[in-house]
Ligand binder design. Structure first.
Ligand code: PMP
Length: 356
């Protein structure tokens, strides 16, 4: 028997699952993780937190993750309170819960592509119809075209990734405000990479108090270097959090996840201490790729989109042969490299020299 023989939903037939290759190579620069592992001090505190919470593992976790949400609100600042923050297993689960509450059969969500590939996948996974709008050649979003697309399609949900994956492009607050003003439903600003933004690139968190239908999602997978913990979160109006309580599974966030995330938040000075180095490495990577005559998108994230290659697969394979795994993603002639340590980026540059 194969997949086609199963009585799966018609709208899932012929679809491919999310699939960034997980290949064991010396230099992995393909899933936008933070390359710096936890320090011995943090590992010891994580182990102690697991030990302490293990005594309670016969009981379900705090269903509403109240202490963790309070810590996350404290981290975000902007006067946000526990009631305005929600958390789940990665921001992907947060996004799925948003789709479950505000999308669904007969409803639509719009995004501006190229953008994060999971937005359409989560959208169709919840039987919501995906509408693809496009970006400009420099990967920016034209506010007038965006509002026109929203007025035409009247989507229930608008996705704006800022900084955007895979292009690294951040949205000016004016564009977000124009979109919120035009949108009849919810607007989700996916800020998975917010901590990597360049000086002067603002967060949509500043807009929350004026816009009750705006949701800002974040994650501990990137700047916080906790991708393995699976902890994503959002900030929004308290009523939005109430809506998500209607769809979340009870006890979705394990006791161990909540404990580990709280330890990581206590260690945030150390964890976020790597962000400056990664930003510098990113800016150096952009400059180096440009010095090689390549096209490079401006990046506010911990990755860089570069091209244009008539045969990008060949470049990707050439790098892999040299022990460097990057991502074949985005528009056809482009490739994306995540920013690693100084040594990893030196290996990337050496491999690129070889390929070019
Ligand atoms: N949003 C964007 C834009 C991303 O690039 C990613 C990870 N690739 C996510 C959300 C999801 O991350 P996580 O589920 O690990 O929080």
């Amino acid at each position: 028997m194969n997949l086609d023989d199963l009585p799966i939903r018609d709208d899932l037939r012929g679809k491919s699952p999310y699939g960034a290759p997980q290949i064991d190579v010396p230099v992995r620069l393909n899933t936008n993780e933070n390359p710096y592992p936890p320090s011995p001090g943090l590992i010891a505190d994580l182990a102690e937190a697991v030990r302490a919470s293990a005594a309670d593992l016969n009981r379900y976790p705090d269903r509403d993750a109240t202490a963790l949400r309070a810590d996350l609100a404290g981290y975000l600042g902007h006067g946000l309170t526990t009631e305005q923050v929600w958390a789940a297993n990665g921001s992907n689960e947060v996004l799925q819960q948003i789709l479950q509450a505000f999308g669904g059969h007969g409803r639509t969500a719009i995004g501006f592509e190229p953008s994060y590939s999971m937005h359409p996948i989560i959208t169709s996974g919840t039987s919501t119809e995906w509408i693809s709008a496009s970006r400009e050649d420099d990967f920016s979003i034209d506010p007038a075209k965006a509002t026109a697309a929203i007025e035409e399609h009247r989507p229930d949900i608008v996705f704006l990734a800022s900084p955007n994956n895979p292009t690294g492009t951040a949205q000016p607050l004016e564009t977000i405000e124009a979109v919120v003003a035009a949108a009849p439903g919810m607007v989700v600003v996916d800020e998975a990479y917010a901590e990597f933004a360049r000086e002067g690139t603002p967060s949509a968190l500043t807009l929350l108090s004026a816009h009750p239908r705006l949701i800002v999602t974040r994650t501990m997978s990137k700047a916080f270097a906790m991708a393995g913990t699976r902890l994503g979160y959002l900030a929004a109006h308290p009523a939005v959090v109430e809506a998500l309580l209607l769809v979340r599974l009870p006890y979705h966030l394990s006791t161990l996840t909540q404990a580990a995330a709280r330890v990581a938040l206590r260690h945030r000075a150390e964890l976020l201490g790597t962000v400056d180095a990664l930003r510098r490495e990113r800016d150096d990577t952009v400059a180096w790729l440009r010095s090689k005559g390549l096209a490079v998108a401006d990046s506010d994230a911990n990755f860089v989109l570069f091209g244009r290659f008539p045969d990008r697969r060949k470049v990707w394979e050439g790098l892999l042969e040299r022990g460097v795994l990057i991502r074949e993603v985005g528009p056809p002639q482009w490739l994306r490299v995540s920013i690693g340590t100084g040594e990893e980026m030196a290996a990337f540059r050496a491999a690129m020299e070889g390929v070019l």
